[in-house]
Design a protein around this ligand. Structure first.
Ligand SMILES: Cc1cc2nc3c(=O)[nH]c(=O)nc-3n(C[C@H](O)[C@H](O)[C@H](O)COP(=O)(O)O)c2cc1C
Length: 319
């Protein structure tokens, strides 16, 4: 079994973080990821208010006795939520690992994390932000490269370069993601100095993932060229699957119709894709790694398989 600083710190079976995904990593799915040996991460922002979040955390606690984290989403939102109220619920419910994500590290929450012995993980897409998080007291930083599904940051640096550069710049453990789909990707980031691999998009193609079968089947057919970068013009660049809605967003951006961009990219439309299977209703964050996915296993089958691959690769390199 592969042990790293991060598997030891968080008591994980595998050096894998299952990326939090808005409206996807609900209690059932996060628990499936934790039970299969990775760090499952609940997306808190989808609950918006304290009491629904409390219920979701309690549900997750009932579904797993393995380590899990809860995410605090600090990216700009069309309909902002009162994050501090959500963070307080996490603390009240005894959540021991909190992941924050966004460019700026959340300075004001740090005392709350420290007073309550929370392991604080911050996710960002650039070294400057990672260094700030370390300075503020983060225990682990996750960096995501340009290949990744979702926010790509402003610097367009790929995982292959961002990972070792972050490892060199920071003293705390780094977890790296962006483009990882299989055991080869896991070994690649570990060899670049990361202490675990962060995987998001590839998990969309698992049996337990709560998105419509139509969408899973469409993503299964997607290749490595089937993603694009939207919302660059509004300073919120995201890598998404290239469907009709993404093409529409790109057209609106080209025409300078910024106000309409936010409407076309609204999360409510993405939710409609997840629930009703209308694959062109909205945009969905998606990594280039989707082109490396060829099946829809269970989460356990998937993690067991890629970690077996990883161990075999390491053995082969050693011989
Ligand atoms: C459908 C989807 C939704 C996501 N939603 C969020 C989110 O709400 N907050 C966040 O911090 N990251 C979000 N992410 C990013 C993932 O947590 C993770 O950082 C990323 O997927 C890792 O790169 P990969 O997609 O190349 O595996 C999302 C990713 C996907 C694919």
């Amino acid at each position: 079994m592969l042990k790293t600083k991060v598997t030891e710190m968080l008591n994980l079976k595998y050096p894998i973080f299952a990326g939090n995904m808005m409206n996807v990593t609900n209690p059932e799915f996060a628990a499936a990821c934790s039970n299969a040996g990775a760090l499952g991460i609940l997306a808190s922002v989808m609950y918006r208010k304290p009491e629904p979040l409390r219920k979701a955390i309690n549900q997750l606690q009932a579904l797993t006795d393995k380590p899990f984290a809860v995410n605090v989403n600090l990216f700009p939102m069309l309909m902002p939520v009162k994050q501090i109220d959500l963070v307080k619920v996490m603390i009240e419910e005894g959540v021991k690992i909190i992941e924050t994500s966004g460019h700026k590290a959340p300075e004001k929450y740090v005392p709350l994390f420290k007073e309550n012995n929370v392991t604080w993980i911050h996710k960002c897409a650039g070294i400057r932000y990672a260094l700030t998080a370390e300075k503020l007291g983060a225990d682990i930083v996750e960096v995501v490269g340009y290949e990744n599904g979702g926010a790509t940051g402003r610097f367009d640096i790929g995982t292959m370069v961002l990972t070792p550069a972050s490892v060199d710049a920071l003293k705390i453990p780094i977890v790296a993601g962006g483009g990882i789909a299989d055991g080869r990707g896991v070994v690649a980031v570990l060899s670049l100095g990361a202490q675990a691999a962060l995987i998001g998009s590839r998990l969309l193609l698992t049996k337990e993932c709560p998105i419509h079968e139509n969408l899973k089947n469409a993503l299964l057919k997607a290749g490595i060229y089937d993603t694009c970068l939207v919302m660059k013009s509004v300073n919120a660049t995201h890598r998404v699957w290239t469907n009709k809605a993404a093409q529409k967003v790109l057209e609106l951006e080209k025409a300078g119709k910024q106000n309409e961009v936010f409407n076309a990219a609204a999360g409510t439309k993405t939710k409609e894709m997840y629930d009703e299977g209308n694959i062109d209703a909205g945009i969905i964050s998606c990594s280039q790694s989707i082109g490396l996915a060829n099946d829809i296993p269970t989460v356990k089958e998937y993690f067991d398989r890629i970690m077996k691959e990883a161990e075999e690769i390491i053995q082969k390199l050693n011989s």
